[in-house]
Design a protein around this ligand. Structure first.
Ligand code: PMP
Length: 464
């Protein structure tokens, strides 16, 4: 067991603040100066003015001030008179937690709130980032809450990428971000991955051979834990190599980590890029995205970004001129639960959630072995909720990549199985024999039936 400076008793798990034998977060790191980010902000971000009303909102808390500023509706006209809910205890056989909002909290929940999120929830998250990643709030970084992490990723891309810029994305990549880059006509530069995460040799080769005179990519997008779609987790060695390349070539890492708390691999838990960069000579090349979607509720629509202040502020200005803020209502609900739990119960809860998905993975894999042995190839995912498997459509040409598109989109669907053809996860839309199947919801009999049907479809495709 190890502890950090503030006495959190962390072990080698999601909440560890250690990497490589050194205790992180004790010495205040040296941050890249705010001017460093001028070269990273997109033209749109530089030109985007702060919302004239929202930028004055913090002044409303000035003592003695009578605010005639914002068009806030009068909450006494709203029909909600109370809000209470109960939450399961994360502790085995523990009592349910009954939570009620006070009158003031209810009023806050029903009202407009801060652009970067409910202050109490932001503070809780700051504490979590220290608890989980050893990052103290030291003036160099900031937290902002978004309507899900994808909202923040969208704004981070808008804040950094100009039309036509080249961006580095791991390949295969989370299909949800591709339209964000595509809508900016980005050149998507695919960085190859394997079971250890991003192949640093691929990244190095891309950067070393970058055409002279062509602007180099400023950002690298990656999902280091339980990559969606492959389920793979980047090893410590790879993370360090990638971080070193980021320093060498001045690249910002967009660390999209919604499966961080859903890690159930047998191996050691690696530090996040956000934690690991504390070992760098200068800190500030990682913009991290977390999500409450997989651990509290996807319907809350709460994600949070943690990273260099100038970048987060640019994202906040975007929020100020788009959705104004994340729902105060759901933020208050999330905060009340998290505050009642504290970090220790949050930890127990997330460990239970990851154990649940491990169980689901094991069931799915057992049935894969039963029905798809010899018909598909896969590696066991170590986090998250997806199996990424390759259809073996031709016994004699296993090494060759085929095309799962028609088989999955039409033949499997006609038989009543819906999955995703792997092509949607490749930045270049290449043909592939890979398929992504989610195992988060299906019951054992449903998995049995789905994979039996898939077996039939593959056998028929082979016979054609
Ligand atoms: N990134 C990845 C890799 C995801 O898998 C998802 C959800 N499927 C998201 C981001 C979006 O999550 P959120 O609900 O927080 O917007």
């Amino acid at each position: 067991m190890t502890g950090n400076a503030d006495g959190f008793n962390n072990s080698e798990d999601a909440f560890s603040t250690q990497s490589n034998g050194s205790t992180l977060g004790v010495v205040s790191p040296s941050h890249l100066p705010p001017e460093f980010y001028n070269a990273y902000l997109s033209t749109a971000a530089k030109e985007r003015k702060p919302s004239p009303i929202r930028s004055l909102l913090p002044l409303e808390s000035t003592p003695g001030l009578i605010s005639l500023l914002a068009g806030k509706p009068n909450a006494t006209t709203f029909p909600f008179t109370s809000l209470s809910f109960t939450a399961r205890s994360p502790v085995d056989d523990g009592p349910e937690t009954a939570i009620s909002l006070t009158e003031t909290e209810l009023e806050e929940a029903l009202q407009y709130g801060a652009t970067d999120g409910l202050k109490q929830l932001r503070n809780w998250i700051v504490g979590l980032q220290q608890f989980s990643h050893g990052r103290k709030l030291d003036g160099g970084w900031k937290v902002s809450i978004g309507s899900g992490s994808l909202d923040l990723i969208y704004k981070a891309v808008a804040a950094t990428v100009n039309k036509g810029d080249s961006v580095l994305v791991e390949s295969p990549v989370y299909a949800g971000v591709l339209p964000i880059f595509q809508s900016r006509n980005c050149e998507l530069v695919a960085v190859e991955t394997d079971s250890c995460g991003i192949q640093s040799s691929s990244l190095r080769s891309i950067l070393e051979n970058w055409p002279v005179g062509k602007p180099r990519p400023k950002i690298l997008y990656t999902v280091p834990y339980g990559c969606n779609p492959t389920g793979m987790t980047a090893t410590l060695e790879r993370r360090k190599e990638v971080l070193q390349l980021a320093r060498e070539y001045n690249i910002l890492i967009l660390e999209d980590d919604p499966y961080y708390y859903l890690y159930y691999g047998d191996g050691p838990r690696y530090p996040s890029y956000f934690a690991l960069e504390l070992e760098e000579p200068e800190v500030g090349r990682v913009l991290r995205f977390d999500s409450l979607s997989k651990i509290l509720s996807a319907g809350l629509r709460i994600g949070f970004a943690s990273g260099p202040e100038p970048l987060i502020q640019a994202m906040d200005r975007h929020t100020g001129s788009s959705n104004l803020q994340t729902s105060t209502f759901t933020q208050v609900v999330a905060y009340k639960l998290l505050d009642a739990w504290g970090y220790d119960h949050f930890k127990i809860h997330t460990e239970k959630v990851s154990a649940f998905y491990r169980g689901k993975r094991d069931i799915f894999e057992r049935i894969m072995n039963k029905h798809l042995s010899g018909l598909a190839q896969w590696s066991s995912p170590e986090a998250g909720m997806f199996f990424w498997f390759k259809l073996i459509l031709n016994e004699d040409k296993i090494a060759e990549d085929g095309d799962s598109e028609a088989i999955i989109r039409t033949k499997a669907f006609d038989r009543g199985v819906l999955a995703l053809p792997g092509t949607v996860f490749f930045p270049d839309g290449r043909k592939t024999a890979y398929v992504r199947a989610a195992f988060s919801l299906s019951t054992e009999p449903e998995v049995e039936e789905a994979l039996k049907r898939l077996r039939q479809v593959i056998l028929e495709a082979r016979a054609e």
